[in-house]
Design a protein around this ligand. Structure first.
Ligand code: ADP
Length: 589
């Protein structure tokens, strides 16, 4: 059971790593060439010692000791050079493989659909990307080269043990099966502990990342001690799991040492008997013991290797399961029309968050949405918090697909259009649109359209951010800090808006995107948007009455449904929901 579990684990690890390693096969093969060289020299050593004992010392030809010592020195030099070359080549190849794996993982993660990121926290993904991928490095650069070396020592050493003295080899062989069985039994226990340890370690990493990423919230509530204590809790669990793992691996080590060395002791005793009986020379016994020691060490190292490799296999399985995961919404593929108008339709659209496994009743989302927004229209969506406003616009930009019904852009089902093309035509600015920890210019030019300096300056002017940029120490080249932390909330929103305008979208979605600005600034921006040369369709999710009062149309959303649709004056007359909103939430000034 234990042995087959080990074998399956190693085979599955091999299947995962072989394609990764293949890309650097030249370096690995060259490394293996050097390992052969070093193994050759290591194995030649006992032969030289045998000649020294039998021919030089016992055969009374002491004059050959000097050339033999010189030969040994040469062997040593070749061996040390080959070993260092071998580890260097494997180390280099491993580093390349690991960085390629990281790149592949990031490439794959950014392709996943939005809903994936609702489930997987970014701190967890970070822990996988840095910690777990790092483990692959220690496997490729350290463990695998050692295992290859030990494997050859084992095979060739065993051959030489048999060649040196078959009867003595037979005595040792009797010891091997119990050693193997005992080691694999103990290894099995260690593996389970290692798996638990990995889980608790990733919780530790996650907890630390989360606390540090939200340090402002932690500080604002003076919860530093609480966070440290919480972190300590995860550490405790990790220590407990580690202790089980350490105990198991320590037992493997002790057992392997005992059994390996016992075989050598038995060899010495039995060898002595053979010398007395005249079947073995003293030199042959010395070289036999040296070879047997090599084989014992190799057996021990290989069993340690398999335990460690299986532990890493457990930790890295998650990386590969991410790599195996097919995105539910590929970023590319589909129609890319030549031009776009910006007409949006919803036909009987229903949607809920989460996996559609039928196990949970999801009350959130949208129900039977029918809607038509004309090209260049300016509409506002209002409704109580949690009523589904953001969800509605996130279906427009296809962050999610509806469960049923169709969303269309210019009359074409969004699901038939190339998603990246769709997102080139539309821009979504949310209330907390994060800025990147890069320069203002890099943030503004984020759409990648290579807008000219004038276009950028114009957009900056439209959102009233010209003086903001002028006041920055290095103008456009000023770094904005983590998520734009060096700017105020309002300044961040202005930059996010300018970034959206630079992209010149056909549909501009503003999800409370001006919430941190005063109403005067917001009116100024609204006026600017109406005079844009590219006249986009504008959808406002509004929190202020002044935003909605003069738009073309207002949609009132309540509990996932559109309950009213019309201009301000009409809705005041016809919609009780709207009147209520006007009296409460919308009158925020
Ligand atoms: P609004 O924008 O009107 O405040 P939302 O569209 O953000 O409302 O949310 C509608 C409902 O969907 C809420 O009940 C909210 O809890 C839920 N919801 C929003 N985003 C998610 C998400 N990513 N995963 C699961 N539920 C969500």
């Amino acid at each position: 059971m234990a042995i087959s579990g080990t074998r399956e684990g190693l085979i599955s690890l091999y299947r995962r790593l072989a394609p990764v390693m293949r890309t650097e096969r030249k370096l690995y093969l060259l490394g293996i060439f050097f390992t052969f060289l070093s193994i050759g020299t290591t194995l030649a050593f006992p032969q030289v010692i045998r000649i020294i004992v039998d021919d030089a010392i016992l055969g009374d030809r002491l004059s050959i000791i000097t050339p033999l010592a010189f030969l040994m020195a040469c062997l040593l030099i070749i061996e040390s050079y080959s070993i260092s070359k071998f580890f260097q080549l494997f180390g280099r190849a491993a580093r390349r493989n690991v960085e390629a794996l990281r790149l592949q993982l990031v490439e794959h993660l950014v392709e996943q659909e939005t809903a994936f990121f609702d489930r997987e926290s970014s701190s967890k993904l970070m822990a996988r990307l840095m910690g777990d991928v790092g483990q692959v490095n220690s496997l490729l650069a350290g463990l695998i080269p050692s295992a290859i070396q030990q494997f050859f020592f084992f095979v060739v050493g065993t051959g030489l043990v048999i060649y040196t003295s078959p009867p003595l080899a037979l005595v040792i062989v009797v010891f091997l099966p119990p050693i193997g069985y005992g080691a694999s039994k103990l290894g099995e226990r260690g593996r389970k502990a290692a798996h638990d340890l990995q889980n608790s370690e990733s919780l530790v990493a996650q907890a630390a990342l989360e606390t540090l990423a939200s340090i402002r919230t932690v500080r604002a509530y003076a919860r530093e001690r609480f966070e440290v204590k919480r972190f300590g809790g995860f550490i405790d669990a990790s220590i407990q799991n580690a202790q089980r793992g350490i105990k198991a691996s320590a037992r493997v080590q002790g057992f392997a040492r005992l059994s390996g060395e016992a075989a050598v002791v038995v060899g010495i005793w039995a060898g002595g008997q053979l010398i007395i009986a005249g079947y073995l020379t003293a030199g042959a016994l010395v070289s036999f013991i040296l070879y047997a020691g090599l084989v014992a060490r190799a057996t021990r190292n290989l069993s340690e290797f398999s335990a460690e490799a299986l532990r890493i296999h457990g930790t890295t399985e998650m990386i590969f399961s991410y790599l195996d995961r097919e995105t539910k919404m590929p970023l590319r593929g589909g129609l890319r029309p030549e031009s776009v108008e910006g007409r949006i339709e919803f036909e009987n659209v229903s949607f809920h968050y989460g996996e559609d496994d039928g196990s949970v009743d999801h009350p959130h989302g949208l129900q039977s949405i029918n809607l038509r927004i004309e090209r260049g229209e300016e509409i506002a969506i209002v409704g109580p918090s949690g009523s589904g406003k953001s969800t509605l616009v996130q279906l427009v930009i296809r962050f999610y697909d509806p469960d049923s019904g169709v969303v269309r852009l210019d009359g074409v089902d969004l699901q038939e259009l190339d998603p990246s093309w769709v997102r080139e035509q539309m821009t979504y600015v949310s209330q907390d649109s994060s800025l990147f920890s890069r320069t203002l210019e890099e943030n503004l030019q984020y759409s990648g359209d290579d807008a000219t300096d004038e276009d950028v300056a114009k957009a900056v002017d439209l959102v009233g951010a010209t003086s903001l940029i002028a006041s920055q120490p290095e103008g456009y080249q000023t770094e904005v800090g983590d998520q734009g932390a060096r700017l105020s909330g309002g300044q961040r929103q202005r930059i996010a808006l300018a970034r959206a305008l630079i992209a010149q979208p056909a549909v501009l979605i503003l999800d409370e995107a001006t919430s941190a600005l005063d109403s005067e600034s917001e009116s100024g921006i609204k006026e600017s948007l109406r005079n844009l040369e590219f006249s986009p369709t504008v959808i406002w999710i509004a929190h202020r009455l002044s935003t909605v009062i003069d738009v073309d149309r207002i949609l009132v959303v309540d509990r996932g449904r559109i309950v009213a649709d019309g201009c301000h004056a009409e809705l005041l007359r016809t919609s009780a929901n709207y009147r209520e909103l006007v009296e409460t939430q919308l009158v925020g000034e």
